[in-house]
Ligand binder design. Structure first.
Ligand code: ADP
Ligand code: MG
Length: 366
């Protein structure tokens, strides 16, 4: 088992990279601690698979180091790294039985047959494959094949870490949920470092204690699901996490007022000072749909907005609003009145995030 450290790591697939955009991994430092259950979350193409392949040794990074427990492993081939990797599509031997597929990684490292049997039975039980053990892998359904593929990743006890690269893509939704719970259970039982790649925030937060959000080849935030929700470090995290994502308003400071286009925002002195003090012209205020106060009558400090429509989602509604020329989404709970025509909005200061050049900057509320 190991702590995995990435030091000044960067990777490009191009022979002659010229700009940051040419890098699939832009220079990064990151630590996956021993025994953690982590998710690596980001949209397609942001570099997730590239990063996993570098950790497992399938890919040599263009620069930087990979360390396991402080030892540089760049020169070690995948089989010497003791890492199990589960891919998006099943990797199994079709002509072998399920039992032999699961036993393979153990027999490969000369595990005594009695121990092989114990582990295969244990893993088969967890993945509910016991009834299929004698079947040839080629006769399995896609779901079953992927379970075998996962089992092959889980069967060895001596691995430093298990990397899952969107392993549930081909699995049907109901089973997906069940397998995710299983993985969590397995993690708790064996305390192996696990990195689970996904582009689905729900999948990430049900599996992981801590999520690394990746965007354009960089980890832009590493935090608990709650931290990502409450204090997104980057506008991308605000937008990507939450449903719907965070609202962002481009703002400027003019004559002592905070303006979003032609609209003056009702914000406190602390927010104003932070906007006025920002050393960039690229300034945004972010607020989550959950935290916009929506009133159906004028209130003190309320900003008048147009209600475009509301979407009733049972226990809550999403209200689509326009403030000046800015589109906003607000979430209101079922016990609240859904306004029609006009609404009066308040942004509680402590719920506003200030983003300068896309990164969060602290606001001093005094
Ligand atoms: P993800 O797994 O997050 O979808 P990838 O790591 O597969 O992202 O890809 C990151 C970037 O690197 C993408 O722009 C992709 O097109 C590019 N890329 C991935 N694999 C290769 C490859 N073998 N050769 C060239 N470019 C690649
Ligand atoms: Mg991928």
């Amino acid at each position: 088992m190991a702590e995995i450290t990435l030091k000044a790591l960067a990777h490009t697939y191009l022979p002659d990279p010229r700009s940051p955009e040419d890098y699939a991994i832009r220079e990064m430092d990151h630590v996956w601690h021993q025994g953690g259950a982590y998710a690596l979350l980001g949209p397609s193409g942001c570099g997730k698979s590239t990063l996993l392949n570098i950790i497992s040794g399938l890919l040599e990074p263009s620069s930087g180091e990979v360390l396991f427990d402080g030892e540089v492993v760049n020169a070690l081939p995948p089989e010497a790294r003791n890492i199990a990797q589960v891919f998006q599509f099943p990797v199994i031997y079709d002509t072998m039985t399920v039992y032999d597929n699961l036993a393979f990684p153990l027999r490969n490292v000369k595990t005594p047959e009695a121990r092989v049997h114990e582990r295969v039975m244990e893993v088969a039980e967890v993945l509910e494959l016991t009834a299929q053990l004698k079947r040839k892998a080629k006769n399995l359904t896609a779901d079953e094949k992927q379970k075998v593929s996962m089992g092959r990743g889980l069967v060895r006890e001596d691995v430093s870490a298990i990397l899952f690269d969107e392993p549930l893509t081909v699995i049907d939704p109901q089973l997906k949920w069940k397998l995710r719970r299983k993985l969590k259970e397995i993690h708790q039982r064996f305390e192996i470092t696990m990195v689970y790649v996904t582009h689905d925030q729900l999948e990430a937060s049900t599996f992981a204690d801590k999520i690394a959000v990746m965007y354009e080849g960089q980890v832009v935030q590493f935090g608990t699901p709650r931290e990502l929700f409450e204090r997104p470090n980057h506008t991308f995290v605000g937008y990507f996490i939450g449903s719907p994502g965070m609202n962002f308003l481009e703002v400027t400071s003019r004559d002592g007022r905070v303006m979003a286009g032609d609209i003056e925002l009702a914000v406190g002195q602390g927010v104003h000072d932070a906007v006025a003090g920002a050393r960039s012209t690229h300034i945004k205020l972010g607020i989550r749909p959950e935290f916009i106060e929506v009133h159906d009558a004028p209130v003190e400090g309320g900003m008048e907005a147009r209600v475009d429509h509301a979407q009733d989602l049972g226990t809550y509604s999403i209200v689509y609003l326009t403030l000046g020329s800015i589109a906003l989404k607000a979430r209101i709970e079922e016990d609240q009145v859904t306004p029609t025509g006009k609404a009066w909005l308040r942004f509680p200061d402590e719920r506003l995030g200030l983003y300068v050049d896309e990164y969060r900057v602290e606001i001093d509320h005094e």
